[in-house]
Design a protein. Structure first.
Lengths: 642, 642
C-alpha cells in the first residue's frame, strides 16, 4: 500500500510542505528549508525542537522535555512527532535558527580588505591559486609553424617564468584552442591553475577577460558554512554569505554524523547535503554580485578533518576508531565538478591540509592566518567551537591538540541554551542583590542564552555567590530567583514577562554541571599541552582566541570560571574566523597555500584521549575555577574583593 | 517510408550481413568486419574493391575500372554498387586485405627482447612510465598516527626518491585506500604513473602484485595499427598483434580523411573507429596471453600528427591549411579511458610528441629508436610509407621534412598494385630475354604486386631495357609481354595461368609514371634537405631505412630508379618499424619518453611545400634515375654494364 501524503503548514512563515505519512515534523521542516533547532540531530535527546501544534492529529512519542504546562499549550518535539494528518504547526521563536545571525565577518576590525587576510606581520605576494593571463600571441606563418598549444605555452612561460615542462592542460582546452586562437586573432586569456608541481592551463578564452577572475573561500564548519566571494584580480573580498551546515539534521557534532552515516550507509548523503549548502552559497554570491558562475575558477575550503572528508566524499570512519586516522591529510587539488561543486567547469577545489584526525584544515588555516609559524613570541591559538582546538608554539615548533568540549557552549544540553542568534543573551551580570542585567543579540527580548552568555552567566553566578566553587546553588541566598522544581534547583535569569518566548529563562543545576565539564575540557587541554612542553602559563606571550564564539567571549569571565588559564588580558587577542581567513590567504596567494602544507606537516599532534595527565587535569578542573585556586591568582583576588 | 533491409552473404567467408537498402556492398563489408581493399576510401577512383556478384539484383554505377570481360564474370566495384536485393557476393583474393600479413615485428634481428628496443648505443635504465611498487607499511599506532595516504607516500618516497610534493593521486585511490590498507594488513602494491612533473599514485592493491605490470606500445599508422604487449616488470615484449586502420574506409591517406571528416562532420567517428581498432588489439593481446585488462596500466602511441590528433579526439583541420599547424605537438598524458581506450580504469595514455604538421610522433619515435640524437656520424633516417619522412642530423642538430610520396608504393593507383600481403610479388627480375622471375610473400601464386615489388619492377624494367630513362616502354623490344591495349601499352609480369586471380598481372604505362612521381618526391626531399644544409650525399655516413616498406626494399633497385641517392650500400641499415620501437622504449623507460620530448623540440622542420628548390629538384628527378645521371655514378656503371 502506498503511504498517504499530508500537508504541513508551518507558521509564522506560512511555508507549506507536502510529506509522506509517518515522517516527523522535523523531516517536514527540513523539506521546507526551515531551520529548526535540533542540536542532537533528531534523537529526541536535546529537547530543542519544540513546536506548537495548532491543528491536526499527530502520533507523538512521550518525552521528558515537554512540561505538563507546555503539553496544554500544544507543545510537541518536532523530531518525536509523526505526521498522520494535515497539520498547522507554529515554530516558536526559541526553536528557530535564524540564518541571518551567523557570524560571517572574518576579522571585524578590517572587514573585506586584503589587509584583513593576514594578521601576521608577513604579507604574501598576490599570486592567486587560479590566475588569468592576457596574451597577444604572434600569429603563425610558414616560417613560424609552432603548434597552437606550444605557441600558447611559450608566451605563458615568457610572462610567468613557469617552466614549459611544468605546464599541463586538459582535453577541453586542446579541443577548442585552434578555433579560439583564430577567432580571437591570437589574443586570448589563459586561466592557469596551480596543481602542485604542475600548472594547468584550465581554460583559454577569446580576448582580454583577465579581469574576470573570482574565487570563493569557504569555512566548512560543523555548524555553519561561511563563504567569502573574492575578486582575485583586485585582491578584494566582495561579499559574504553563510548558512547552517545541513548535516545538522544528522547530528550536532561530527562524531554523531559519522555514526549516522555508518549506520544508514549515508556517506554519500553527508557529502550531498554539504555540497548543496556550498553550491547554494556560491550561487547566491554570484547572483547577488551579477557575476557568471563561469568566472569562479577556484574554491578553497577549510574545515575540520571530518568535514573535509565528507566534502570530498571520503569515508571518515577511521577517524573515530583508535588510532584515529584520517584517510588523507593533504588532498591534492581536484576539479570542483568532481565533487559536485558548481563553478567554471574546469574550476579547481583546494582544501587546507589537516594535521590529524582531530586537528583539521580549519586549524592549519588559523595558524596561517595569524602566522603563528613565523611568530617569535611563544603563542597559543585557541579555536573554540564544538571542539576546542589548541595550538602552542612559535616559528621553531608547534604542538596541537583537540579537546572535546561538547556542544554546551553552543547551547546544546543546556535547558535555555541556544546558538548565537537574535534574542540570545550574550552578556549577563548578577548583582550582589541578585538583580540580573543582560544584553541580547539584536537587543530584542530574550529567547535563550548563547555560549558567551552562558560563560558570563557561570562567572557572574560564582561572583555573586549564587553558586559555590563546586557549582552548586547556595540554597540559603535571599532571592525568589532561586527556586526548586521537580528537576532540582534553577535560577531565573529572565522572567517570562520580559522574554520573547513568554517562558522563564532559567539556568538549572544540571546546566551548570554541563558547562563546568565543557570548560574543564578546554582548560585541561590547554594546561596539559603547556605542561607537556615543560612550561607554564607565564611562558605564553600571546593568546589568540578564534572561532565564532571567540568574538564575543568575555575573557575575564572565561578566566573566572577557569576555562582559560590565568593570563594577563593584555596578552589576549580576538582573531575571529581564522579558518576562513587562512582559506582566503591561500586563494589570494599560492605561496600561502604552500605554507599551509608546511604548517600542517610541521605541527605535532598531541593526543589527549589516552593521556593520564589530561584526565587528572580534567578532574581537577571540575571546579570554579579549579581545585587548586592558587593557579588563578587573579580569581583569588576577584572573589576576595567581590 | 522505412527503408527495406537486405541480407548480403559474403563468400568465401560465409559472413552474412544485414544492410539497409541503398547502402553499398562496401558498406556491408565493413559492417561484417571484412576488409575489402578500397584504397581511395570508396570514391570509385582506385578500382581496387572489385567483387563478383553471384546472385541478386544490384544498382551499380558505371565505371572504367571494370573491363567488358569482367562485366561478364559478374565483377562490380563494391563502393559503386548499391544494395536493392538479397545478394551473394564473392570477394576475390586480389580484393581481400589479409590481416595476418601485416608487418608486425619491430626489428627482426632481435625480436621480442629489450635489447631490441634500442638500436642506438645508449640503453635506457628500466624505469617504466607506469610502475608497480610493493610496500610493507608500518601499521599505525597512537604514537604514529600519520594519515593513510601520507603513510603510503612516505614509503613511496623512501623507496623511489620521488619528492613528496611531486606525488599526487586520484579520488578513487583516496576513497578505497583505508579499506585496502586494513584488509591487506598494510601490505600493498602501489601503481605509479609518470605525469610530467608529478607522479600519480594510480591505484593501490592489496598484497604483492607488483609482478603484474603490463603495457601496450602502439604504432598508429595511416594504414595499419600495430600493438606490442609488454611485460613492464621483466622488460620483455610478450606478444604482437596488428590490424588495418579502420579509417581506411574514409580515405587512403590522412588528408583525404581530414576532408571526409570536415565534410561529414565526422571527427568523432574518425576517433571512434581508431579507438575501436586499438581496443580490439589490446583485448586480443590480453585474452591470448591470459592477462587481465586491469593489469594494463599504460598505453604509448606513436603516430603521425594527424593520427595522433584523431586518436585523442582533436581536430586536425589546420594541419592541411597554410601555415599547416597541429593543435598541439606534445599532448600531456591522459587517462586512457578519457579517449575510450580500455585498460585499467586509471591507466594512462601517452603519445610520442610531434615535430609539426607533417612530421609526427612516429618520426620522433624513430629518432629515439636509432638514437640519431646521440649519433656522432651524420645520419639520415628515411621512413617510407604513404608519406616519406626524412630526418638529417646527428647529436648536434637535426632537420626533418616530409614528402608526399603518394600511396603508389602501397599499391594504390597502380593497376595490379596491392599492399604487402600474402601473394604479393615482393621481388622481381626481368632478364635480357624478357623472361620474368618473381617471388611472392608466402610463396603462393601472385595476386598483385606490392611496394618493394613495384620498386624492383621499375628497376628491372629499366635495366632490361623494357623502358627507357623517361619511363616509356621501348616499343621495339622483341617480346609478347609488351602489348597495346585501349589504355595504352602494358607489360605482362605474370600470365593469368600462373596467378591466384586468374588474370594477368601487368604494369601499365600510367603505373610507371605514377611510380616515378612517387620516387621523385622522396628523392627530391632527401636531396633538398641535404643541400639546404650545404652538404651532399657523400657527407652522409649512415642511412637508416625505416617503415614496413623499408624491411623488404632492395636498396640497389631504389638507387637504380633514383628513389635513394647514390650512396654506398654499406652505409644503409634497415631498422624496421622504428615507430613502435621508440614507443616501446618510452614505455620501458620514462627517461626515454623524456628524451622523445627533447628530440621533438630539437628537430627543425623544413617545409618543402613552398620551397622552389624542391620543385626544381622534383622535376629533375622525374627521370630514371635523374635528369642528371652524373649524380648516380653507380647507375651509370650499372646501366653501361647491363
Amino acid at each position: 500500500m502506498k503511504n498517504s501524503h499530508y500537508k504541513i503548514n508551518f507558521l509564522p512563515s506560512e511555508v507549506t510542505v507536502d510529506i509522506e505519512e509517518g515522517k516527523t515534523i522535523l523531516d517536514a521542516s527540513y523539506k521546507g528549508d526551515l531551520f529548526i533547532n535540533a542540536l542532537c540531530g533528531g534523537d529526541g535527546t536535546c529537547g530543542k525542537c519544540k513546536v506548537i501544534l495548532k491543528s491536526g492529529k499527530i502520533d507523538s512519542m512521550p518525552t521528558t522535555h515537554i512540561s505538563a504546562a507546555e503539553v496544554k499549550q500544544g507543545y510537541v518535539l518536532a523530531c518525536r512527532t509523526k505526521v498522520v494528518d494535515d497539520l498547522e504547526v507554529l515554530i516558536p521563536e526559541e526553536s528557530r535558527l535564524d540564518k541571518s545571525q551567523i557570524l560571517v565577518s572574518d576579522y571585524p576590525q578590517f572587514p573585506g580588505s586584503l589587509a584583513a587576510v593576514s594578521l601576521g606581520a608577513e604579507q604574501f605576494k598576490q599570486n592567486p591559486l587560479v590566475s588569468k593571463l592576457y596574451l597577444e600571441l604572434s600569429p603563425p606563418s610558414l616560417d613560424d609553424s609552432m603548434a597552437d598549444y606550444e605557441r600558447l605555452c611559450q608566451d605563458i612561460m615568457v610572462k610567468t617564468d613557469i617552466p614549459l615542462e611544468n605546464l599541463t592542460t586538459n582535453f577541453t582546452v586542446l579541443k577548442h584552442l585552434p578555433a579560439i586562437l583564430r577567432n580571437s586573432k591570437w589574443k586570448v586569456t589563459a586561466t592557469l591553475g596551480y596543481r602542485g608541481p604542475s600548472v594547468e592551463v584550465l581554460e583559454v578564452q577569446a580576448g582580454d577577460v583577465s579581469a574576470n577572475n573570482y574565487g570563493v573561500a569557504v569555512d566548512v564548519g560543523t555548524t555553519t558554512v561561511v563563504a567569502h566571494l573574492l575578486d582575485l584580480c583586485r585582491a578584494e573580498t566582495i561579499d559574504i554569505e553563510a548558512t547552517y551546515n545541513s548535516q545538522i539534521k544528522y547530528g550536532d557534532d561530527y562524531i554523531q554524523r559519522i555514526i549516522h552515516a555508518e549506520q544508514h550507509d549515508a556517506m554519500d548523503i553527508m557529502q550531498e547535503v554539504l555540497i548543496e549548502d556550498i553550491n547554494h552559497l556560491i550561487s547566491t554570491l554570484v547572483k547577488r554580485n551579477k557575476l557568471s558562475i563561469h568566472d569562479i575558477g577556484a574554491v578553497v575550503c577549510a574545515g575540520n578533518t571530518v568535514m573535509t572528508h565528507f566534502l570530498v566524499g571520503l569515508d571518515p570512519t577511521n577517524i573515530r576508531k583508535e588510532p584515529y586516522l584520517p584517510s588523507v591529510s593533504f588532498i591534492p587539488s581536484l576539479r570542483a565538478a568532481e565533487v559536485g561543486i558548481k563553478t567554471n567547469n574546469q574550476g579547481l577545489l583546494y582544501t587546507l591540509p589537516c594535521v590529524g584526525a582531530y586537528v583539521g584544515g580549519d586549524i592549519t588555516s588559523g595558524v596561517l592566518a595569524i602566522r603563528l609559524d613565523k611568530a617569535e613570541a611563544l603563542s597559543l591559538l585557541i579555536d573554540i567551537g564544538t571542539n576546542g582546538e589548541i595550538v602552542l608554539g612559535n616559528k621553531d615548533w608547534m604542538v596541537c591538540c583537540s579537546a572535546s568540549a561538547g556542544p554546551s557552549f553552543e547551547g546544546s544540553g543546556i535547558s535555555c541554551g541556544m546558538r548565537a542568534a537574535k534574542g540570545a543573551i550574550e552578556k549577563i551580570n548578577i548583582t550582589k542583590n541578585f538583580d540580573v542585567n543582560y544584553k541580547t543579540i539584536g537587543d530584542t527580548p530574550p529567547s535563550g542564552i548563547c555560549g558567551s552568555g552562558l560563560l558570563d552567566c557561570l562567572a557572574t553566578l560564582v561572583r555573586s555567590g549564587v553558586i559555590d566553587r563546586t557549582g552548586n546553588f547556595q540554597k540559603g541566598i535571599d532571592t525568589d530567583r532561586l527556586r526548586k522544581t521537580d528537576n532540582g534547583y534553577e535560577f531565573i535569569l529572565a522572567d517570562k514577562s520580559e522574554t520573547a518566548t513568554k517562558k522563564d529563562i532559567v539556568i538549572m543545576q544540571a546546566d551548570i554541571q554541563n558547562l563546568i565539564r565543557s570548560k574543564a575540557a578546554i582548560y585541561s587541554a590547554i594546561s596539559t599541552l603547556i605542561e607537556s612542553m615543560g612550561m607554564d602559563i607565564n611562558n605564553i606571550e600571546q593568546l589568540y582566541l578564534a572561532g565564532g564564539f571567540g568574538n564575543y567571549l568575555d575573557v575575564r569571565s572565561a578566566i573566572t570560571i577557569g576555562m582559560l588559564p590565568d593570563i594577563s588580558i593584555s596578552k589576549v587577542q580576538f582573531v575571529g574566523n581564522t579558518s576562513v581567513i587562512g582559506a582566503k590567504m591561500s586563494l589570494f596567494s599560492k605561496d600561502a597555500y604552500e605554507v599551509s602544507r608546511a604548517i600542517a606537516s610541521k605541527m605535532t599532534y598531541f593526543d589527549l584521549m589516552n593521556n593520564n595527565k589530561y584526565m587528572e587535569e580534567y578532574i581537577s578542573a571540575n571546579f570554579l575555577p579549579h581545585t587548586d585556586i592558587e593557579k588563578f591568582p587573579s580569581v583569588v583576588e576577584e572573589l576576595k574583593v567581590s
